[in-house]
Design a protein around this ligand. Structure first.
Ligand code: GLU
Length: 288
């Protein structure tokens, strides 16, 4: 059976782009009698807010989008993330990293798909120094990307928009899997949870297209099935730039509270022609 999901992070108000993402995942599943699931990505303890979780439920109800089964909160999944991290440590694929952002920049790191590619400084530390510093200093845990790729070999994944893709996780370098300030990184949590929820089709915005290279690698490392991906195009504002929480895109909650009709709004988004003030951002199905 087809199973899709919407996986918002409660760290800001949902905007029209989220309504579109949720609708794409919902409609893909519902059109063929599949299931649509909801997951709240709330492991960013500093930025996640319970009132925003309530707003997500209210926004989705207002839009007429109903989900199947219980909501999965990532904050209940910490033991699963810990177990996965322990497994990678035992396989020699994870190492502690003590570097700050400025140290990474100063080490001559090059830009990658999601910020600077880690130059591998802490990979070279000896066991004794690692053990000593882990006990004393804040640290993240990074994947030894070359070692991981050596274990999985070449991988492919499929996107419903862009077709078959050769996985290129090496573009990301030694990604962080457990953060200094959070028990698991986005990449680790999303990969494990999509498998846990038996998601067959991951529907999400094209801004996460490149991240799928890392997710495919993690699936292979943990012998998890590879879902099909559908990275949909993104909505842009009047300035042509994609809608973003950080840019103060109009919140669904404001429209809802102002008495707008959520069902009518979704009907508009279902049509290819968008109202004035909103456009499609240029789709980007390439990995930088
Ligand atoms: N939680 C992520 C976000 O709100 C989405 C994760 C995903 O769909 O893979 O941007």
């Amino acid at each position: 059976m087809m199973r899709t999901r919407f996986a918002p992070s409660p760290n800001g108000a949902l905007h029209l782009g989220h309504a579109y993402a949720a609708m794409c995942a919902h409609d893909l599943a519902r059109q063929i009698g599949g299931a649509f699931l909801l997951r709240i990505e709330d492991i960013d303890g500093v930025r996640s807010r319970p009132d925003l979780v309530e707003a997500i439920f209210a926004d989705l109800s207002w839009l007429g989008l109903t989900w199947d089964g219980a909501v999965l909160f990532q904050s209940t999944r910490l033991p699963a993330y810990d177990a996965a991290l322990a497994e990678l440590k035992a396989r020699g694929l994870l190492y502690p990293c003590f570097c700050t952002r400025s140290q990474i920049a100063a080490a001559g790191a090059q830009p990658g798909p999601e910020g600077l590619v880690y130059p591998g400084t802490c990979r070279a530390l000896g066991e004794d120094e690692r053990a000593h510093r882990v006990a004393l200093e804040p640290h993240a845990w990074r994947l030894d990307m070359a070692g991981a790729i050596a274990q999985t070999g070449p991988l492919v994944w499929h996107d419903m928009q862009a077709g078959d893709q050769a996985a290129r996780p090496e573009l990301f370098g030694d990604v962080v899997l457990a953060r200094k300030d959070a028990p698991a990184s986005y990449h680790l949590a999303v990969t494990l949870d999509d498998a846990h929820q038996q998601i067959s089709h991951v529907v999400r915005g094209a801004d996460l297209f490149a991240a799928t290279h890392v997710h495919r690698l993690l699936q292979a490392l943990f012998s998890l099935p590879a879902p099909v991906y559908n990275h949909h195009r993104l909505l842009a504002g009047a300035d042509g730039r994609k809608l973003a929480k950080s840019e103060g895109a109009a919140a669904l909650a404001s429209l809802r509270e102002a008495g707008a009709d959520g069902l009518a709004l979704l009907e508009i988004l279902r049509k290819p022609l968008l109202p004035s003030g909103i456009s499609w951002a240029e789709p980007s199905y390439t990995s930088p």
